[in-house]
Design a binder for this molecule. Structure first.
Ligand code: K1U
Ligand code: ZN
Length: 168
């Protein structure tokens, strides 16, 4: 078990764009395992490789109550989105203690590779759809607070800096 360090906003590395995984091999499977360990330990319901300073398109998610339903998305792409737009109060392990409303597509279809390198498609709605879109934003270098007003973003940066000073 390896619990990795999670980058904290406003770390500039959270804004790097992740590259596609070339081959799903043992290195990627080890990364997936470490990311799952990190997500469950946090605890959280999702984690993107960007958040652990690995800039490849890998996501882990588990929105189950029982925390035994790991979803791994490698090189995910949204191939369809629709439904009524939904607003959800989001949080982020890279912005601890901050929760705010974000509006996103209510239903999506995502295509990705699994840990065996096989392609699959998944239709999602509700919290799973929110979480997939949030994690895919991370792979594009976007943190959910960037949907908020400049004033809120500035206040959040000040709050994070204060927390970092207190922890030092
Ligand atoms: O990307 C991340 O930092 C993970 C994030 C995922 C997420 C949460 C809510 C809406 C969209 C995306 C989190 O897991 S924040 C923590 C959290 O939501 C949670 C933690 C423990 C139990 C239940 C939820
Ligand atoms: Zn996040």
């Amino acid at each position: 078990m390896a619990v990795l360090d999670i980058l904290r906003y406003p770390d500039a590395r959270l804004h790097k764009v992740a590259s596609p995984v070339a081959t799903v091999d043992d290195r990627i499977r080890r990364l997936v395992q470490d990311m799952a360990d990190t997500m469950y330990a946090a605890p959280g319901i999702g984690l993107a490789a960007t958040q652990v300073d690995v800039h490849e398109r890998v996501i882990v998610i588990d929105t189950s109550e029982t925390k035994d339903d790991l979803l791994v998305l490698i090189n995910p792409e949204i191939v369809a989105s629709g439904g009524e737009k939904k607003t959800y109060e989001e949080g982020c392990l890279s912005v601890p203690g901050i929760y705010d409303d974000v509006e996103r597509a209510g239903r999506i279809t995502v295509r990705a590779l699994d840990v065996r390198g096989e392609t699959f498609e998944l239709e999602a709605e509700g919290l799973l759809a929110v979480c997939i879109q949030h994690e895919m934003d991370h792979l594009q270098g976007k943190v959910f607070v960037q949907y908020l007003s400049r004033l809120k973003q500035s206040r959040i940066k000040s709050k994070m800096a204060k927390l970092d000073r207190q922890a030092a």
